[in-house]
Design a protein around this ligand. Structure first.
Ligand code: SF4
Length: 318
């Protein structure tokens, strides 16, 4: 199964299986199941995997890809390159502002041409990125409406995700984005208030924790949909000691809302400046702890992927 990644945690206690096509992950104890075959051939596990669609989606998707039946046009758009934050580890120079209208028109043209010239494309997926993309929510609205129209015209699927710092993710903006088919959100919270506010600050140096948490609480208590809201925590030497408290706190606030998922990443050196980073990958340990404490951490195995990058990064780390 080429699309199933397998890895063990550093202590060797658990094995993780990750389906790279459908994003499902599963962890089993090596004390209970000595081999992968033992695990996969267990009757109850088989039923569970079937119920949770662990392999079915894979078989379906893999077959389609093999037959070249499914083609997704994935595009990441840096809709606003400035940001209302100045995180201590940020490598951005904030020289550019919002995406200009002629660039937007070129993007529309490119997408139309790609779809016209390739009848196999069945799905358009847009990732909204920045800087802070919500500084240009008008641009997101303008382009999303056009993309949805194009997809309707050609009878292809449309979906999108957004990576936002969450400061402007008010309930009103969230509802607007959901209407524009943004179904996957990534918001960073770097620890409890003291720790988050020491590294994720506004341009004037002010803290941002309270506002982001309040925005998310409103979303959690006021709406229900099938979106995914991933809370990302970047871990470095300054906040690692707060992690256990932070995870418990997030689970207390959002754990009941099945849309919320918690994932962890070592702060990476994506830019030109040297920043303090932790050398060993601690992200997996905190994903594990989240699951143990009753939270969701489905992005767990992305931490083990060998090649990774940042859309706006100035270098690729392999
Ligand atoms: S929110 Fe993102 S783009 Fe803005 S300063 Fe922080 S890391 Fe940089």
């Amino acid at each position: 199964m080429k699309n199933i990644l397998k890895s063990c945690d550093p202590t060797g206690r658990y094995t993780f299986l990750f389906n790279t096509f459908n994003g499902c992950s599963i962890k089993y104890s090596n004390n209970i199941f000595k081999t992968e075959e033992d695990f996969l051939n267990n009757k109850e596990i088989k039923q569970l995997l079937k119920k949770e669609d662990f392999f079915q989606s894979w078989e379906y998707k893999y077959e389609k890809i093999l037959k070249n039946e499914e083609k997704v046009l994935n595009i990441s758009l840096l809709i606003h390159e400035n940001c209302n934050f100045r995180c201590t580890y940020c490598y951005e120079k904030f020289e550019k502002k919002e995406m200009k209208i002629d660039v937007m028109e070129s993007v529309i043209e490119f997408i139309k041409n790609s779809i016209y010239s390739n009848a196999e494309i069945q799905h358009l997926h847009i990732s909204w990125f920045g800087g802070e993309p919500l500084l240009n929510i008008k641009g997101i609205e303008y382009l999303s409406n056009i993309f949805i129209e194009i997809c309707d015209e050609f009878n292809i699927e449309y979906s999108s995700d957004i990576t936002t710092n969450g400061y402007m993710l008010t309930l009103r903006n969230y509802r607007k984005l959901s209407r524009l088919k943004v179904s996957n959100y990534q918001i960073t919270i770097d620890g409890p208030k003291k720790s988050h506010d020491s590294q994720r600050v506004l341009t004037n140096g002010g803290g941002t924790y309270d506002r982001i948490i309040n925005n998310l609480i409103k979303i959690s208590t006021d709406t229900s949909d099938n979106n995914l809201i991933a809370i990302r925590t970047n871990i470095g030497p300054d906040n690692i000691s707060y992690m256990e408290f932070h995870i418990q706190n997030l689970i207390n606030i959002f754990g009941e809302d099945k849309r919320f998922d918690f994932n962890f990443h070592n702060i990476g050196n994506w830019g030109e400046n040297c920043i303090d980073v932790i050398s060993n990958n601690v992200a997996l340990d905190f994903s594990e702890l989240t699951v143990e404490l009753g939270g969701k951490s489905e992005g767990i195995l992305w931490n083990l992927m060998p090649n990774t990058y940042c859309y706006a990064g100035k270098k690729i780390i392999i």
